[in-house]
Ligand binder design. Sequence first.
Ligand SMILES: Cc1cc2nc3c(=O)[nH]c(=O)nc-3n(C[C@H](O)[C@H](O)[C@H](O)COP(=O)(O)O)c2cc1C
Length: 308
Amino acid sequence: MMKIYLAPMEGITTFVYRNAFQHYYGGIDKYFTPFLSSKKLNYKEVNDVHPEHNQGLAVTPQILTNQADTFLSITAQLADYGYQEVNLNLGCPSGTVVAKRRGAGFLSVPEALDAFLEEIFTKCPLAISIKTRIGIDAIDEWDTLLSVYAKYPIKELIIHPRLQQEFYHGTPHTEAFRQAQDALSIPLCYNGDIFSVDAYKALAEQLAPTDTFMLGRGALANPQLPALLKKSTTNGTWDLNTFLAFHDEIVMGYRELMSGDQPVLFRMKELWGYMGTHLNLSDKQLKKIRKTTRLTDYQEIIQSIFSH
Ligand SMILES: Cc1cc2nc3c(=O)[nH]c(=O)nc-3n(C[C@H](O)[C@H](O)[C@H](O)COP(=O)(O)O)c2cc1C
C-alpha cells in the first residue's frame, strides 16, 4: 500500500497547520515536525510535539544536531511524550546550519557522521529514521554516504536526491535514488518536486518498488494533492469553501498561539507564497496580502479576493 508523508517545513508545518490539514484534507500517512534542536526542548518546541496538540495524527518529530548527547537528550524527552520514532535531519541546506556541520553540512564529514550514528543507534531506545540529501557538491559523495548508512538499522531513509549546493534548483537526481535501492535493504522514501498527480505517477513508475513518497511544497500549494494521489485520480473537484475553512482554522490557531497580529500575519504571508500559485492569485493580489499589517485588513483582503 503506497504511503504519503508531509515533509517537515520550518515555520510552516507546525501543529496548527498539521491539525488543519488533517481536518480538511488528510491523505497523509505520517506528518513530520519542523526540526527540534534545543537540548532541553524550548516552549515552542514542546508545544509542537505535545500529545495534546497532535491527537489523531501520526507524527514523527525531527531533530537537527550533530551532537550525540543533544540527540539523546531530545529523544529521551520525546520518549516521555510517548513517541516511538524520531527523524534525523541530514538535509537542511541553509548556510548557517551547514557552516556548523549540521543538516546537510554533516554530510561533509562522513567519518564524524559515522561515529555519531554509531553512538545514537547504540544508545537511543527509539526507532531512528533519517532524511538526507545525497552530498554537498559532487554526486560521487553519495557512494561514501551509502556505505555509512548501510551499517545501521535505519527505520526508513528519506532521500531528497539533491546536493546541498543545489538547494532547491534543477532536477532531483533520481538515479542516485536508484543507486540507494541497489545498495541498501532498508525501507526508502522518495522526496522532491512532486507538484502534480502526473509527476507522482511518473516517479512511482520509475522508482518502483518504492511506494513511499514525501511531499513538501506541492502539498502546501495544493493541500488536496496527497488525497488525490491516494485515490490515484486527477479530477478531484476543488472546493473553495473547504479551502477557506482550512485557511481560517490556521489563522485561528495562530491567533490563539501568538500574541499580536504581526506573528500571525508573518506565518500566513509565508504560506501564501506557496498557496498563491495554485489558486492563480495575481501578483497584485499577492502583493496586497504581503503589505497588510493588520489582521482585520488581511481578512478583508482574503474575503474580497475570494468573493468573486
Ligand atoms: C520553507 C522550507 C522549510 C523547510 N524546513 C525543513 C525542516 O525543518 N526539516 C527538513 O528536513 N526539511 C525542511 N525543508 C525541506 C523539505 O522538507 C523538503 O525536503 C523539500 O521542500 C523538498 O521537497 P518538495 O520538493 O516536495 O518541496 C524545508 C523546505 C522549505 C522550502
